[in-house]
Ligand binder design. Sequence first.
Ligand code: ZN
Length: 342
Amino acid sequence: MKEVYKNYMMEQLRKLISIDSPTGFTNNVQEYLCQELTRLGYAPQRLHKGGVRAELGGEGNGLMLFAHCDTLGAVISAIKDDGRLTVSKVGGLNPNNVETEHVRVYTRFSGSYEGTFQVPNASSHVNAHVNDARNFEENLEIVLDEDVRSADDVKALGIDRGDFVAVEPRFTVTSKGYIKSRFLDDKASASVLLTYAKYLKDEGITPSRRVVIGFTVYEEVGHGAACGVPEGICDVLAVDMGCVGEGLGCTEQMVSICAKDSGGPYNYDMTTELVRAARESGVDYAVDIYNFYGSDVEVALKAGYDVRHALIGPGVYASHGYERSHEKGLANTFDLLCAYIG
Ligand SMILES: [Zn+2]
């Protein structure tokens, strides 16, 4: 991967992560994707349900690449008498991971407010039970950084039930190329797809087959790619996070090719083609099985599309927590896409 594309990829990752986009609150990230794809010279379309797609060129044997740009988050479920907010999580938000984290509350009509996830009565010098066992829905609450002492004070700010809560991602890149942030699932792969689109334009390459990229916005709640696969697509490839953990072959520096996950085996032939492309091009990869994972392309099959399906992505550790990947993992994912599509 050329330096210019690696730099672009990391810049796009930083930008995408900086745009709060919990599932259900994704207009801003969709607008950004449309702007960027237009700037690159493409004609992106937005789906009615949400999501962005763009034709990258090529003819016949249509291949659609999916990444998702929605993330975990929460919505306000109630305003307590003392002015604290309780939440209902969106997607698999992990309470241990977000306790004490900064949040932004987005109201429908009155802008946004800052706050922090805390357990109730969170001062150790006041509450001897502050470290007792916790349950997300029952215990975590948002302490707004506003002078509010009652539910009426909070309502006067324009905050209501159903307002979205975005968690601070804490994006950073270390001196050794490790990327640490929430929501690398799946903004890491979204930045890889944008980089692939830029690469085709800059190098004047027409792909060997028709290629469409799709950015879905309901993946974390399970119906991202239930629509939006255009006529003529025969293969769908989810470019989503690869799993890293005990018993798996993938590291953060590799691209993972998933053979089977909770939704069953991926298409045998398409997966074999991906493994062959990785082997022949010298991409650093691992084939793995994911025990607790479902993907957008399985959703496309369940929706009734007659397509082959497969899943690849950069290795991500501590998924749905404070995640870690590596520049090389993203670069290997990019290189595999180039090798596979030709
Ligand atoms: Zn994902």
